[in-house]
Design a protein. Sequence first.
Length: 788
Amino acid sequence: MRAREEETEEVMDLPSTSTAKNQPTVPVEIQKLVLEIIYNYPGIWTKDCEIEWGNLTEEVKTKSKTDVETNILKLVFKSAKAQMCDKLKELILDKRLELSSVESELQKWPLYSTFEYYRKILKRYEEGLWFQQKRMIDLENRSVMEDEETLGRIRVKHKNEIDRKTRTAILEILEEYPEVYGNIDTTINKDYQPIADELVFRTNVAVDLPVIKNIVKSTRELLIKNLKTNILNTKLNRDEVEETLSKWIYYPSFRYYRPWVKESEKLFWEMRGEADKEMEVDTPAVIEEVEHQREEEAMEVTETVETENVAIPESQEEKKSEEEEDLSFSFDPESADEDKPNLPSAIVIRYNPPKQTESIRFVQEYKSEIPESCTEARRAQNHGSQLLERSYPGIPNRKFGEPDNKKFGADESLTWPVQMVLEDPEDKNHWMTYFEGWNIAYKYSEEYLEETAWYTLKVGKMKKKFLKEMEKLDKDAVDEYRSRASGTITKSFIFDYEDVSYFHSKANEQYGFAPVLYISLTKKIRPPVFHFIPINILDKSVFQHCTKRMANKPFHSLRALKASRTTVTNPGGCEKPEKCVCDKRYDLVYDKNYVQYVQTDSSGLLNFSDVDPNQRALSIECSKECGCSSKCPRRQTQRGQKTPLIVFYEGKKGFGLRAGGRIRKGQFIGEYTGVIKKAGEGDDTSYEACLGGIDENLVICSKEYGNAMRFMSHSCDPSARFVVVHSRRQESDPLIPRLAIFALKDIDIAEEVTISYWKEDVIEEAIKKGTTIECLCRTEKCKKLIPV
Ligand SMILES: C[S@@+](CC[C@H](N)C(=O)[O-])C[C@H]1O[C@@H](n2cnc3c(N)ncnc32)[C@H](O)[C@@H]1O
């Protein structure tokens, strides 16, 4: 690296983008020397290697004969990095220069000659800028569709990458297609082709037709849901409903649809007992009024509050900040199983010859595998040069690294999925970004990631919020974790955590479930090893045992066999209360003296106030027979985990489970999955949960196969409890018992999700016998001892 001849400035303020007033000034010569020397210390290019900083400080001292403190050197480096990013952005995006002009402009920057090498580290960042520049130019020329060359650069967005901008654009385009939005229920994928074409034309983003269809339908669902919550639950008056709706982020681009849901709205007002009042959305005048308002709005730039569901339960309203709104995971409704009708709800192994049904997957043997959707990880597993010395079921142990870049990197970067983003403690506006299958860190601005990796950024922000909450309990531990996570993670066990988190979340994502992250703040312990499985697994004999039970019979056969004993009527939670037969089915099949019946209300919440904590609770979920949709509040287990969960190292207790978002009292948290087997078959029962209430003889064992729920610790004052669930989508499906976990209280982000492992009498019995260990639940109600 040779220094360039002519310089104009003698001193420079640090850092370039900083607003701080009292930054030191460092002579350019020293800055150049520092940057030149840093070339030989790659350990600090992308991370903060303290040893290298120490050596570097010494070298600078020797060569410059000046004593410059390490933190000043860090500032020099940080400032140069920021300047390099700013300059690239300015030249590529603002000035829209070509590559050769960018090059010559950069040469004018006095530090470039000694810092040029760093531009390679910003390769992906720069690629992103070129891509954006191209898109801007394409859009201006409106030549995207004609130009074959450009078509290759269109960004394809998959379901979880759909950001607010894309969704808004789809809804805006849709307005021009009343023949589609007026017939949403009967549309087929093909009907959305003109919308998809227009989307590419307007935004250079390509989205699959089923995804567009889902977005349209789900926004309609959200509109209805918001109306329902505001009218029935929050009991707002008409003006307030209007006002609340207008805060919903998609309302401005979707309000034209309101008259098409007037029947639903009318029904809600009727249920409120306000049927006599005139429906305001009923007349064309309203559409005109909407149009008028819209024109007015277009004139003024107002800040929109982002929220999916604008109705906030009263008890939580105060607490819910804008930041949280942004973090609320709305896997519903895009990921609801309407999208994937063929998803199995259990896996049966060793069934010979295998059968074929939609709801059950039959296999000869089962082992965790890298999800099929992770194509880059699979490619890396085959060709990557970086071997990670570890072995986790279903998780690759090979990655691509710098040496593979030339052969396997190239242009595909544009469609690579981003695996994770980690906060950069030194730079709040950028995130350290890792692509799936690669072990190289890149730095991207939040703005850029918002555009290209919306979903992963959301997970990153959730983790950041979780750590912020954990700081209140143990700041030192969180600081230590952060410094480790921003260091050389590729070689440390942190990557194991990130990979386990990613691939388990991907397995969940296939079913439309929320992510699971694994975190150990201080202890250098490897993540737990087990086969992650989002649904239950059972073998042929247990499967046959389940399918022989009377509960399998369809409702009409049950009724023919038996007269209903009592009338349990609480069908209010179902979307179609008039047709719902769940409660009656409970009467016909289960014994109320033995298992208590619980049923979700219209918000999908369970009320446990009358349920004995020592008694088993059972819920029956709706099936197609009830006539409701897959989004009915009475289908919680079928829809699955919607709140992110954190498997967190709790010290002596081992790993436990914490909430990655706010969970409401009565809310479904997740399903306890594992191997369904006969009780008493294994010698280690610590991961076994009984299916009593449905079948006393069966347990779910999550020791070798399971999901995040297997980590719940015992508490003498638990925040959640088990509910056995009778659930299937179709009455013709085999009925396999399921086990759900519901919240007993409001659980905040970073709070532990715990259950009581035993009934009280079992704990007391063990205490009497002396067969106990110390209980570490640390609650006020702790009995201090629990059974071994
Ligand atoms: C189902 S496992 C929970 C996950 C386990 N901690 C892990 O790291 O895999 C049950 C085990 O967790 C630990 N544990 C859970 N709750 C506890 C508590 N309240 N006190 C002490 N140990 C507990 C015990 O070792 C128990 O055998």
